[in-house]
Ligand binder design. Structure first.
Ligand SMILES: [Zn+2]
Length: 132
């Protein structure tokens, strides 16, 4: 709406404990009253909505960033747990292998002892044969 000289903004304002009326040149007529461009209810509402939209967008971006970070942390925790599981499995395999090797080693030792005993028997038998 075009500016109407002679009309002033009727917006009530407060400065600390002092109440006063805006009084600036009015250019907008809304709800049966004249307002300047700063206090026209439609512009105040639009400005507030724009501020809220900016705030909401910022919050949404922060939440999205937070969610991405949480997802990354969960993924890292999952990888770490999988790594721990792998390490535990490797340790179990190493223990099992160690047991097999110990059993084999004992078997070799027993075979070696049996061989030694048999060789001693054969030596004794040879010695007896020479003495006879
Ligand atoms: Zn005003």
């Amino acid at each position: 709406m075009a500016e109407k000289p002679g009309h002033t903004c009727v917006q009530s304002l407060q400065d600390n404990y002092t109440f006063y009326v805006c009084g600036k040149n009015a250019s907008l007529f809304e709800n049966g009253k004249w307002y300047c461009r700063r206090h026209a209810p439609s512009l105040v509402t639009a400005k507030r909505a724009a501020r809220q939209a900016t705030y909401d967008a910022k919050r949404a971006a922060e939440q999205a960033a937070g969610t991405a970070k949480q997802r990354q942390q969960a993924e890292n925790a999952r990888k770490l747990a999988a790594f721990d599981e792998l390490l535990a499995a490797a340790e179990r395999a190493a223990d099992a292998l160690e047991r097999v090797i110990l059993v084999q080693f004992r078997s070799v030792s027993i075979i070696k002892q049996v061989c030694r005993l048999q060789m001693n028997d054969l030596r004794d038998a040879a010695k007896k044969a020479r003495e006879a």
